[in-house]
Design a protein around this ligand. Structure first.
Ligand code: NAX
Length: 340
């Protein structure tokens, strides 16, 4: 067997935690050959729920689950951790201003960043799920000066997977037939889903450009443009609200599945397609360096590399610019509040 990996999950007592921990423990994230040591970090209000989840994890008798610890101590929570999944966050309450929200989340993500800096393993990889995810990742990274900035990522894989699912249903093909779709920008309603470079591969292995395949199903390029702007992009970007409306609570199992996919691909590598990850910008595609924004990426040797040289259409460019402006506004607000 491989060396055990220590995985810290914050907000472990919450609904995403409940969907996520069992999949990690079963080997879905790192493979059944890698034993996992789970560290569940909660605040006192969530401690009982996390402890109950730990009891159920024991009862699953997963062969890959090496140990479980539950704690409310931030330092102990990240000691020696290889993978940190930052799920717990402060939701926006009624009447809460954006500044209040960022301030409340700063109180969570600054100490967590500092604890990761002080105690995590040298190869630590961080995924922020808790919203506002991109800016929370920026705050955590700013408090971890010794950890390379590209190890702090925020989750747009759920948006990416939502896009794949909508495309597969529209084209009546399996999700696995679709590749090279991108979600750019912020994990928010301003995100920029982009299918221009997408490929759909038929059962005989013959590839076709996604826009062309859509034109075939929808009735021409004009109909595709209309579908993208009027149906696809809003559906993907507002899917979170749709889930709340239909289900009565926010996405949990799908968010957990996306977190599993994100870490799986980071550690074990992307396949033939790129995926979408919010990582620190190096200035690629005109996104201001230092912002944590979603890009098309491949994982090489456990590092997310931005796919270079893609042509960006004017419509997608305009959406990316708007989303990046939102990220800049969040960053500036956090700065002006003295939070980073
Ligand atoms: P829940 O409210 O069910 O659970 C959150 C848990 O975090 C609670 O048990 C709480 O006690 C705990 N917590 C709060 N502060 C903590 C801290 N400082 N340390 C450790 N634990 C702490 O929320 P849930 O539905 O699980 O969602 C968690 C977060 O994911 C939310 O911020 C949500 O907005 C975000 N999401 C992000 C998504 C993404 O794609 N990036 C999609 C799903 C989800 O909306």
């Amino acid at each position: 067997a491989n060396t055990p990996m220590t995985i810290t999950v914050t907000g472990a007592g919450g609904q995403i935690g409940y969907a996520l921990l069992f999949r990690i423990a079963s080997g879905a994230m790192l493979g059944i050959g890698t034993p996992v040591r789970l560290r569940l970090l909660e605040i006192p209000a969530g401690l009982n729920a996390a402890e109950g989840t730990a009891l159920e994890l024991q009862d699953c008798a997963f062969p890959t689950l090496a140990s479980i610890d539950v704690t409310t101590d931030v330092s102990a929570g990240f000691e020696g951790t290889n993978i940190a999944l930052l799920v717990g966050a402060r939701p926006r309450g009624p009447g809460m201003e954006r500044g209040d929200l960022l301030q409340a989340n700063r109180a969570i993500f600054a100490p967590q960043g500092a604890a990761i800096n002080a105690g995590a393993a040298d190869d630590v990889k961080v995924l922020v799920v808790g919203n506002p995810a991109n800016t929370n990742a920026l705050i955590a990274s700013a408090h971890a000066p010794d950890v390379p900035a590209e190890r702090f990522t925020a989750m747009t894989r759920l948006d990416h997977n939502r896009a794949l699912a909508q495309l597969a249903m529209t084209l009546r093909v399996p999700v696995s037939a679709i590749s090279n779709v991108t979600v750019w920008g912020n994990h928010s309603a301003t995100q920029a889903p982009d299918i221009a470079h997408g490929i759909v591969t038929d059962s005989r292995g013959v590839p076709q450009a996604l826009p062309e395949a859509l034109a075939g199903v929808l009735g021409g390029p004009g109909a595709v443009a209309e579908w993208l702007g009027g149906t696809f992009i809003p559906r993907v970007a507002k899917r979170g609200a749709e889930i709340i409306e239909v289900r009565g609570s926010s996405s949990a199992a799908s968010a957990a599945a996306a977190a599993v996919d994100h870490m799986h691909d980071w550690v074990l590598g992307t396949g033939s397609s790129w995926t979408s990850v919010a990582r620190v910008s190096d200035g690629s595609y005109g996104v201001e360096a230092g912002l944590i924004s979603s890009f098309p990426v491949r994982s090489n040797n456990q590092a997310w590399e931005i796919e270079q040289g893609l042509e960006v259409s004017p419509a997608v460019r305009a959406r990316i610019d708007r989303s990046v402006q939102e990220l800049r506004d969040e960053r500036d607000m956090v700065r002006s509040l003295g939070l980073v």
